[in-house]
Design a binder for this molecule. Structure first.
Ligand code: GDP
Length: 301
């Protein structure tokens, strides 16, 4: 319910007045589907995911399974859900070995990394897990302070070095410290911008290598935080981060407000990486576990 209110606050562009798309007979035809296709593309669903959904709908049309507007809506919902189902894989921060579950968090500046880490710190702590944070964005002084503020608010320790320090060294210290203290979950923040984009990707690869060296099974999760309101740009980012550090999960933020949630369909189709959580506000509670069925409902209804 909360998801539906927030997601559709901007525009339920997918289904707004779908009856308008129907011919006077009330029976969906090829023209209806063409207009629906345009709407999907405008809602940031992306070319590939849109084609997948449309193939399914044309097949239903051929089978004469789209007799009216209600069947069209139901068909659209089913196609979207089948696209999102495979990326619904909730994150459980536990592994079979010893030591902390290490989450490396990456994403461009402003995507919502620090906020998401704060929200997750609270969630994991509420689940009874001990949490530690590492301020790996040493490039931006404000990033370290912001993470420390979240740490204080949630009473979780934050490992930080001075601004300009080597972020791989911060990650290394944090893993050692979490191992020594028996921490359950360690989340490592990273820079979202360096002098160059190539420099950033090199640094992230290095941070990952250093983590692996300090604890061979880590990181157990490499999580990309994406700003859902950036549309197709989010897809390009996801691709680039995935090729640099091999993502295991995604968080899509800012799905409240003006974002068009269709971007999740595009990344699901493009990367096939699990969508772990979605951000639907700035508060500590505004992070939901991604559920394909709930999300589809909120998107379509
Ligand atoms: P970072 O640079 O990636 O660490 O991004 P921040 O965590 O600093 O977030 C950038 C801005 O986005 C902040 O103003 C956050 O409050 C805001 N933000 C993060 N997640 C969400 C969300 O899910 N919804 C909304 N509306 N704002 C968000």
């Amino acid at each position: 319910q909360r998801l539906r209110e927030r997601l559709n606050k901007g525009d339920s562009i997918l289904t707004r007045d779908i009856t308008e798309l129907l011919p006077s007979s009330g029976k969906p035809d090829e023209g209806t589907l063409e207009e629906l296709e345009t709407r999907l593309l405008m809602a940031d669903v992306g070319v590939d995911a849109t084609r997948k959904i449309m193939d399914g709908l044309y097949e239903r049309l051929d089978r004469k399974a789209l007799a009216d507007g209600a069947q069209l809506m139901a068909g659209l919902e089913a196609e979207i859900e089948s696209l999102l189902g495979p990326v619904e894989v909730p994150l459980v921060p536990e592994h079979s070995g010893e030591g902390p579950f290490v989450i490396l968090v990456v994403g461009v500046n402003g995507a919502g990394k620090t906020t998401t880490i704060g929200k997750l710190a609270r969630r994991f702590r509420d689940e009874g897990r001990s949490v530690m944070l590492a301020a790996g964005d040493t490039f931006r002084a404000a990033a370290v302070e912001q993470l420390q503020a979240w740490g204080e608010r949630n009473e979780v320790p934050v490992i930080a070095h001075a601004t300009g320090a080597d972020s791989a060294a911060v990650a290394h210290d944090a893993v050692q410290s979490a191992l020594a203290r028996g921490t359950d979950v360690l989340m490592i923040d990273t820079a979202g911008r360096l002098h160059t984009q190539a420099g950033l990707m090199d640094e992230l690869r290095k941070v990952k290598r250093v983590i692996q060296k300090a604890m061979p099974s880590a990181p157990h999760e490499t999580l990309l935080v994406l700003d859902g309101s950036t549309g197709q740009n989010a897809i390009a980012q996801a691709r680039e981060f995935n090729s640099a550090v091999d993502l295991s999960g995604l968080v899509v933020t800012k799905l409240d407000g003006s974002a068009r949630g269709g971007v999740i369909l595009a990344v699901a189709r493009e990367l096939g990486v699990p969508v772990r959580f979605i951000g639907i506000g700035e508060g500590a509670e505004d992070l939901d576990v991604f559920r394909a069925k709930d999300f589809t409902r909120a998107l379509v209804e």
